[in-house]
Design a protein around this ligand. Structure first.
Ligand SMILES: [Zn+2]
Length: 116
């Protein structure tokens, strides 16, 4: 599996990840946060396999899409700390690659490809 070689914030809005196989991933922070893999954000599935979403007020906390810190977890993941205090999301390399695939599927237009 490819490993990230660098994480870079671009304009405080996008996260750019370089991988050791030479490709580059770019996520909008909003997408990155919305895909937070922690149980609180993704809901926990019960024994019947149904996913219960946590109760959430439709209020946008300031800093929700502002990243404060990315901390390496072992050599397999990074933990994201957000400006609203949320810090339980741990993104494994595998999960990041999965997110990339989903983002690619969502934006079908190749004209969106980053120019940098
Ligand atoms: Zn979360």
């Amino acid at each position: 599996m490819p490993q990230p070689t660098g994480f870079k914030l671009i304009d405080g809005q996008d996260l750019r990840i370089s991988w050791n196989d030479g490709h580059i991933t770019r996520f909008a922070l909003q997408y990155f946060r919305d895909e937070c893999p922690c149980a609180g954000c993704q809901g926990e599935s019960d024994i019947f396999g149904e996913v219960k979403m946590p109760m959430q007020l439709p209020v946008m906390k300031p800093g929700k899409y502002e990243i404060k810190q990315l901390t390496p977890v072992g050599n397999y993941a990074v933990a994201a700390v957000w400006a609203d205090g949320h810090d339980s999301g741990i993104y494994s390399w595998e999960y990041l690659l999965e997110m990339e695939k989903r983002a690619d599927a969502a934006s079908s237009s190749p004209a969106d490809a980053p120019t940098t």
